[in-house]
Design a protein around this ligand. Structure first.
Ligand SMILES: [Fe+2]
Length: 437
């Protein structure tokens, strides 16, 4: 990891300043995973709806495996593993660690049972707490601990998106959580904010935690551009559908049009019905469209086609980060709809009179950029197995920015780069428009 550590070099100093210490940070992240699994039964935690999704039981085990493999085994090599075959069963993609159970077959792992995975979590938590007590504050340990906690936060978002996909596959369309307050802010008109561009630095600057793919920080040259003040709404996307958006090949990238035809796409994932009679599946079950809320569960292909239909384009990732860094913190804090808000759905943008410039930069939906996911100049993954975390996926994927309604608070920063293949739709992915000035 190029990163240093969010998890302080001096845990004692942080505690003295009233910030949570390493034990508290570890316990909080681990507890959040259990809270997300709490509404689910053992059967819910077992099933796998498609190869891209994983069973919740596997997420709970794999995040634990990460701490056991990269911290406990490294810093306490004489410590016995909880189970010798877990090293293979819950290895996601780390070739340097060894064999892996095939990803599409994770749902077939009826054994170990959920109860045994929960015992695995308790066992590793016990070891980790002792290890934090011994090594907390040492930079090499703190950096790996921060990586493990940020890794688990990424899987917390995946728990929600994978459960959503699983429950949608069930004709009963069960709700993961009861619907919250229906009190919605009114929609705000779309607007544009101009940014001058010029030479600017993007990427992680070396202070605080970041994933390796966020660095090195480097200079880019941006032309002047406009960024939309909010995300594209369901109402606006409905206009695209009504205008034949899914039936007009001239709006689509070639690969996107192939996907539309092959899979019969007529609307975002989870939309049911046709024309003006759409309903949508959410983590609260089937719902009416919230027309002023951001559209979500669209692929890169759909985001690109929508932008072409709107006669503009998607932002470049450097434009998004440049804009994000120039907005006051209060804009990001303004009703940022992240995991802790509990909505579990994107929400309408706050009224224009409450802000100037773009809102919804953090939370609600991940924002597709038109930037291919690749290495920044000078990027070097760490040696060893953790170097496989990000770098080897720098092919055939696009960068997304800004987090979603399922992203834990504190997990984001302006340089954060998410990435998915252009056909992926099961994440909370949405659209912010940009145009040249
Ligand atoms: Fe993972």
């Amino acid at each position: 990891m190029e990163s240093a550590c969010l998890l302080t070099h001096a845990a004692g100093a942080a505690q003295a300043a009233g910030q949570p210490g390493l034990h508290e940070q570890y316990d909080a992240v681990r507890a959040t995973s259990m809270t997300l699994a709490a509404p689910l039964g053992a059967e819910d935690c077992q099933a796998q709806s498609m190869p891209d999704c994983s069973p919740v039981k596997w997420h709970l085990a794999h995040t634990t495996w990460f701490f056991e493999t990269f911290l406990l085994s490294r810093f306490l090599p004489s410590r016995a593993a909880f189970h010798p075959q877990y090293r293979m069963l819950f290895n996601s993609y780390y070739n340097a660690i060894g064999d892996k159970h095939p990803r599409p077959q994770r749902g077939l792992l009826t054994r170990p049972a959920l109860a045994e995975i929960l015992e695995y979590r308790r066992h590793v938590d016990e070891g980790m707490r002792a290890l934090i007590g011994r090594l907390g504050g040492e930079p090499a340990f703190d950096a790996l601990l921060a990586l493990g906690l940020n890794h688990e936060q990424q899987h917390q978002e995946l728990i929600l998106t994978d459960v959503k996909h699983l429950f949608h596959a069930n004709p009963l369309r069960p709700a993961y959580a009861p619907a919250g307050s229906p009190a919605l802010p009114p929609g705000t008109p779309a607007g544009w904010t101009r940014f001058d561009g010029g030479a600017t630095r993007i990427g992680h600057d070396g202070t605080g935690f970041a994933f390796d793919n966020e660095g090195p920080a480097h200079e880019v040259l941006l032309q002047p551009y406009y960024l939309a003040d909010r995300l594209v709404t369901q109402h606006e996307y409905l206009e695209f559908i009504r205008d034949g958006g899914y039936r007009r090949p001239e709006l689509w990238l070639s690969l996107g049009w192939e996907r539309v035809c092959a899979e019969g796409w007529e609307a975002p994932l989870y939309w049911h019905g046709q024309r003006d009679q759409w309903r949508v599946f959410t983590l609260h079950g089937m719902q009416e469209l919230e027309l002023q809320a951001p559209v979500t569960h669209v692929s890169y292909y759909e985001a690109d086609a929508y932008a072409r239909w709107a006669r503009v384009r998607l932002p470049r990732e450097a434009e998004w980060e440049h804009a994000c860094r120039r907005l006051p913190a209060s804009v990001h804090a303004l009703r940022a709809n992240l995991l802790e808000s509990g909505h579990l759905d994107p929400r309408p943008a706050p009224p224009r009179k409450e802000h100037r410039g773009p809102v919804q930069m953090y939370g609600d939906t991940w924002e597709w950029t038109c930037s291919a996911y690749g290495a920044y100049p000078g990027f070097r993954p760490d040696p060893g197995a953790v170097g496989e975390y990000n770098g080897k996926f720098m092919c055939n994927q696009y960068v997304l920015r800004g987090g979603s309604c399922a992203t834990p608070r504190g997990h984001l920063r302006p340089s954060y780069r998410n990435f998915f293949p252009p056909e992926a739709r099961w994440q909370f992915t949405g659209i912010r428009l940009a145009r040249d000035a």
